[in-house]
Design a protein around this ligand. Structure first.
Ligand code: NHW
Ligand code: EN5
Length: 388
């Protein structure tokens, strides 16, 4: 069934429920001298290229490949359109390796036809913090599909991760592979219902008119929580403390330090937005919420070309109820002209999504670990990790 994945150190479907297999690494690290020194072979007319994402020109090539060939929904109405600024941010966190930003070019034209990336991360699985690669943006040009290029790219990124003495990875996908550590549901909250209906993202509910629908999704003009404000650089230590304590309760979560928080959560225009609640009297930072910006191209609509979507990222509520905190996030997202606010049922999200008028989408997101077995699948609420 899975000719490639059957050969890889990942949990296999046949082993589900086998309690004789221990949790933890599936194979031990090999000495670095035994890691293959040369890249894997590509079909003859293609060559490897390392993509320097600090170069505007290379960043544009990766951007264009993804804009035209990356993930679509099941009806091919929308395609993710990660911005250049977003890609620069997503691929250059603290300690990143340029060698993990891997492209494939056609030898003759030098056109970029495929891409895969990794970034380093410390991910805690239960009681153990594991150095991992987060793999993302695997993309093969539409005209080169089904030629078994993806397995070669995955083996090549694996080799380059091994060369940095890292032996585990985390990744997500909309497709089922051997074998998910958990499966999450996408939820969507309409901010601009008329446009969402016009472009086929959502439908008018039964016995609902457009004007009733617009009224249903109305939000206040500004956040309601006293002390709610944008996160600033001076907040990094306090936000790091808040987040580290909060994420302890989940079985799988990132181990963020201050430099990670500065990179991943300090607001960056049209990339990531973060807000916190500072108690008006004590000035203590008690709550935090964030979302990232990921537009989708609307394929074949006469009126609209882009769907502006916000994706819930990390939230921490200690004093302000999560419901109110996320409602304030919806309010600021609406003020920033997003059409829809998306969230997964990870962490404590499930408990507030229905009341905030989110509805389940038609997409799921499966989470995976490479070379790390977890005997029992997690519930989405036991997962404290959001990948981009
Ligand atoms: S998920 C988004 C992936 N990208 C897209 O969906 C974009 C549109 N699609 C494409 O570009 C986020 C192509 O369809 C792709 C497959 C390139 C997806 N993950 O070349 P073939 C990520 O980026 C397996 C993993 O003929 P293709 C996460 C498939 O099951 N494997 O197919 C990436 C089959 O293997 P099997 C996937 O359609 C995580 C084989 O590829 C996959 O031309 C990567 C077929 O290859 C997917 N999303 O190209 C793993 N989609 O065994 C990282 C298909 O079933 C692992 N396949 O025969 C960790 C590495 C690091 C370890 C470090 C220690
Ligand atoms: C990971 N870094 O299918 C990358 N999105 O539900 C890989 N559906 O937007 C991730 N089909 O349900 C890949 N509207 C997995 C995601 C791939 C993209 C995808 C889904 C997630 C999606 C929308 C549009 C469907 C269009 C037709 C959807 C319903 C919204 C409705 C709003 C009102 C309340 C009920 C729900």
């Amino acid at each position: 069934r899975h000719k490639f994945w059957e050969t890889q150190p990942v949990g296999q479907f046949k082993d589900i429920g086998d309690s004789s297999l221990p949790d933890g690494p599936i194979e031990p690290p090999t000495p670095l001298s035994e890691v293959k020194q040369e890249p894997y072979n590509l079909p003859n007319s293609y060559e490897w290229t390392t993509c320097d994402m600090s170069s505007e020109e290379i960043c544009i090539e990766v951007y264009n490949l993804l804009k035209n060939n990356y993930v679509e929904d099941d009806e091919n109405l929308f395609r993710f359109n990660y911005s250049k600024e977003f890609l620069g941010w997503a691929l250059r966190p603290p300690g990143y390796f340029t060698s993990w930003h891997i492209g494939v070019r056609a030898k003759a034209s030098k056109k970029l036809v495929a891409f895969i990336s990794g970034i380093p991360a410390r991910i805690r699985v239960r009681d153990e913090v594991v150095k991992m690669a987060e793999i993302n943006f695997l993309c093969v040009h539409k005209k080169l599909r089904s030629k078994r290029l993806a397995p070669v790219m995955i083996k090549e990124v694996t080799r380059r991760v091994h060369l940095e003495n890292i032996w585990q990875a985390a990744y997500t996908a909309g497709v089922v592979l051997p074998t998910p550590i958990t499966t999450c549901q996408y939820w969507h909250r309409s901010l601009n219902p008329k446009k969402l209906i016009d472009v086929g993202f959502s439908r008018l509910g039964a016995r609902m008119t457009m004007s009733r629908t617009i009224k249903l999704y109305k939000l206040p003009d500004s956040p309601v929580t006293p002390g709610f404000r944008k996160m600033e650089r001076r907040d990094v230590p306090a936000v790091t403390r808040l987040l580290r304590i909060y994420l302890r309760q989940f079985d799988v979560a990132p181990d963020f330090d201050e430099s990670d928080v500065e990179h991943w959560l300090l607001p960056k225009e049209s990339v990531v937005d973060s807000f916190l609640v500072e108690s008006p009297d004590s000035h203590v930072i008690t709550d935090f919420c964030s979302f990232y910006t990921l537009p989708s191209s609307i394929l074949g609509n006469q009126t609209y070309s882009t769907l502006k979507a916000a994706y819930s990222y990390y939230n921490v509520s200690t004093k302000t109820p999560l419901l109110q905190l996320m409602n304030d996030a919806l309010i600021v997202a609406k003020q920033k002209d997003f059409d829809v606010f998306n969230a997964l049922d990870v962490m404590e999200n499930e408990s507030v999504l229905k009341e905030l008028k989110f509805g389940p989408g038609d997409g799921q997101l499966h989470y995976y670990l490479y070379n790390y077995r977890i005997r029992h699948a997690l519930k989405p609420s036991e997962l404290g990790l959001v990948l981009l």
